[in-house]
Design a protein around this ligand. Structure first.
Ligand code: NAP
Length: 255
């Protein structure tokens, strides 16, 4: 099979699991690329590079300089810029690109989801729907927090891998620096302990952070669900799969 040098665009559990699965098989020289948002990322086998490439041109130059044969975009469903850049750079170079796209979460009976486009709409909904002093669980990264500063009447519990800077936080905010996966028992306890009245989440999909949805259903509280950005346009050399098994299958096929 031609092509042994693989770039994984990472920052997710799937990216790490794929790098580990490929290290065991030993057939690909794997480089995982991280944006550098997390100060202490989980250890990964293979080469790890950290930091942006410098847009589409920078990524294309990197792919050529490193003689990369294939790219797997295993970034988070909300990381729209890097995915669009990968599609454009691989398209320019004619490089095979696969996107791992977790299935989005879907509401089930008993769920009360408020569908919103972004954090601004989420904050507006909370401000209009909840009484002063109500507690809200935010399961978002630091780049999404600014809109909640316009809800000074609400109490926030923010769960985030990295502690954001103090000036990014809403005025009344308890910070929980935790990394998933999270259990249903743990999420139930969290909702009860803090008297949570609503949960704000991005529709990330996957199992690692889904327990909060079941816990919210049980507690009969709303989930303000930020919908996904549109995925990048596909070219002929681009495919998409839902999970690592699909990616391993794609990598096992000749190109
Ligand atoms: P983004 O908006 O799509 O990307 C912004 C810029 O960050 C890109 O243009 C690129 O810079 C750089 N970048 C992003 N991912 C990169 C990667 N894997 N390797 C090298 N450079 C990368 O991304 P984001 O939403 O800020 O997310 C950043 C990272 O965090 C992603 O890797 C993603 O998988 C992970 N993550 C994101 C979320 C989320 O909710 N957005 C949640 C969990 C994990 P250049 O243009 O300079 O190349």
């Amino acid at each position: 099979m031609a092509g042994r040098r693989l770039l994984i665009l990472g920052g997710t559990g799937e990216a790490a699991a794929l790098a580990r699965a490929l290290a065991e098989a030993g057939e690909w020289e794997v480089t995982t690329s991280l944006a550098g948002r997390t100060r202490a990322p989980a250890a990964l086998p293979g080469v790890v590079r950290v930091g942006g490439f410098g847009g589409i041109d920078g990524l294309a130059a990197y792919l050529q300089a490193e003689r990369i044969d294939r790219v797997v975009d295993a970034t988070h469903p909300f990381a729209a810029t890097i995915s669009a850049n990968a599609a454009a750079a691989c398209g320019q170079l004619g490089l095979p690109l696969l996107r791992i796209e977790r299935l989005a979460w879907m509401p089930v009976p008993g769920d009360r989801w408020i569908d919103v486009a972004d954090a601004v709409e989420a904050a507006d909904w909370l401000a209009g729907a909840l009484p002063a002093g109500a507690a809200v669980l935010l399961t978002l990264g630091r780049q999404d927090l600014a809109p909640f500063q316009r809800c000074p009447e609400l109490r926030f519990v923010l769960r985030s891998i990295e502690a954001p800077a103090a000036q990014d936080l809403p005025p009344d905010c308890l910070l929980l620096s935790e990394r998933g996966p999270f259990t249903l028992d743990g999420e139930r306890a969290l909702i009860a302990r803090h008297g949570i009245r609503a949960v704000v989440a991005k529709n990330a999909g996957g199992d690692a952070t889904a327990a909060k949805l079941a816990a919210a259903r049980e507690a009969a509280i709303p989930v303000v669900m930020i919908r996904r950005p549109a995925p990048p346009a596909m070219s002929d050399a681009t495919g998409a799969v839902a999970d690592i098994a699909g990616a391993l299958d794609w990598l096992s096929r000749p190109r």
